[in-house]
Design a protein around this ligand. Structure first.
Ligand code: SF4
Ligand code: SF4
Length: 136
């Protein structure tokens, strides 16, 4: 029976140019739907995708990714913002690959659109007052 999972793959800089995803498709007979792709300022590659295939192939594919040094994050995690801490500095707006932050021009405030968030965790490191939190 085929299974389907959404996830975020974090590629360290040394792996960004390697054909890891195409190897997965060929070697493990998995299908992909890429929902988002970006390279962060620290040259980390980030891929949000839905992976579909037979359970065995899926498990072997995940093992291959982990051994190759790719960090895999499930999308079941939740991200929240502590509104009292947020200073509306805007640092998170450019790092978010999902456009989950929006600068409201009338108030100059940064809105957090939780429904767009894919829980990649990038804003957590970037936010100076540590207003963003990832819940496992
Ligand atoms: S980086 Fe942090 S403090 Fe700055 S706007 Fe974003 S959530 Fe608010
Ligand atoms: S965790 Fe932060 S940077 Fe990542 S998608 Fe959610 S709001 Fe954007």
């Amino acid at each position: 029976m085929a299974i389907s999972r959404k996830m975020v793959l974090h590629f360290p800089g040394r792996l960004v140019d390697r054909p890891i995803v195409s190897h997965l498709v060929r070697a493990y007979d998995l299908d992909f739907n890429i929902l988002k792709a970006s390279v962060t300022p620290e040259e980390e590659g980030l891929l949000v995708l839905e992976m579909t295939g037979k359970q065995d192939d899926y498990d072997r594919g995940i093992e291959y990714l982990t051994k190759a040094g790719v960090k895999i994050q499930s999308l079941s995690q939740d991200v929240t913002r502590n509104e009292e801490r947020c200073t509306h500095c805007g640092s998170c707006v450019t790092v978010c690959p999902a456009d989950a932050f929006q600068l409201e021009s009338s108030t100059k405030k940064v809105l957090f659109l939780n429904e767009k968030c894919i829980a990649c965790g990038l804003c957590i490191k970037t936010c100076p007052p540590r207003a963003m939190k990832l819940h496992f």
